[in-house]
Design a protein around this ligand. Structure first.
Ligand code: SAM
Length: 260
């Protein structure tokens, strides 16, 4: 049976082309954003689609309490293992589209690693904002990390987009990415099919993930936040900088919403 790359946390990071030190740089920038947009300290953070919560683990080491939600039992298990002894992170298995938690309100929320655009339906985006909004204090910042998207990637049939081979520990990973056709009227920027052939020394595993990506820009995020009645967009920062104009964004941008 084909599996998901999210069952292999160490490999997924390399497949997603995470650069060394990237998570630390993001955590540092998030703290700067909180200082800029909030006039009180952040002591409780909600991490959405947290995976093993690498950002949350950094914050927990700094004394911040973190609760993360994710649907992947494997990613959550990795997070619990890695944060054993830290004591300040709790993981919940929840869908991002609609959820509730037995928690007091948080001072800030984060949604990192360019995953927000996997919510492609208006109803899911609105119920997501309502779920997050109910868990945040008034004025709390909600930071959402999104890839720069250069216009919809139109594919009329399934097409090979790129391929590469990686060595991760003692595994060899052949990565093949395909573009899939998208319905023209869906608001979907692209459908990304990620196939990984992982050869461990003693076994081989094939993973396949279908990742629909909604066209997400600062202006569409602003509209969706407003429509939810829970948030307003207060800033969009390019490439972890307060100074790079958004029009010159090279890789990704961070939308900062405020709980109204
Ligand atoms: C690219 S990983 C990012 C993990 C983490 N935030 C980080 O920065 O390393 C995306 C995560 O989103 C989770 N995810 C994707 N769709 C989801 C959904 N509909 N509900 C809950 N979690 C979801 C996956 O399980 C995965 O752990």
């Amino acid at each position: 049976m084909e599996r998901s790359i999210y069952e292999f946390p160490a490999i997924f990071r390399r497949v997603h082309k995470e650069r060394p030190g990237e998570i630390e740089a993001e955590a540092w920038f998030l703290k700067k954003v909180w200082r800029r947009h909030l006039d009180r300290p952040v002591s409780r953070v909600l991490d959405i689609a947290c995976g093993n919560s690498p950002h949350g683990q950094i914050f927990a080491r700094d004394g911040i309490e973190v609760a993360g939600i994710d649907r992947s039992a494997t990613m959550i298990a990795a997070g619990r293992r890695e944060s054993r002894g830290l004591g300040r992170i709790r993981f919940y298995r929840r869908p991002i589209e609609k959820f509730a938690l037995p928690e007091r309100r948080f001072d800030a929320a984060i949604f990192m690693s360019e995953t927000f655009p996997v919510m492609t339906r208006n109803a899911d985006i609105l119920s997501h904002f309502k779920s997050v909004g109910r868990l945040l204090r008034r004025g709390a910042p909600y930071c959402i990390d999104v890839d720069r998207q250069d216009g919809p990637r139109v594919a009329r049939s399934r097409q090979m987009w790129r391929r590469r081979t990686l060595a991760v520990g003692d595994a060899i990973v052949e990565v093949r990415a395909f573009s899939r056709p998208t319905p023209w009227d869906s608001g979907v920027h692209s459908i990304f099919e990620l196939e990984c052939n992982i050869r461990f020394p003693d076994r081989a595993v094939v993973t396949r993930d279908l990742i629909p990506i909604r066209y997400t820009l600062p202006c569409t995020l602003e509209m969706a936040a407003k429509a939810s009645g829970m948030f307003e967009l207060v800033a969009a920062y390019a490439d972890l900088s307060f100074f790079t104009p958004i029009g010159e964004c090279d890789r990704r941008w961070l939308g900062v919403l405020r709980r109204v």
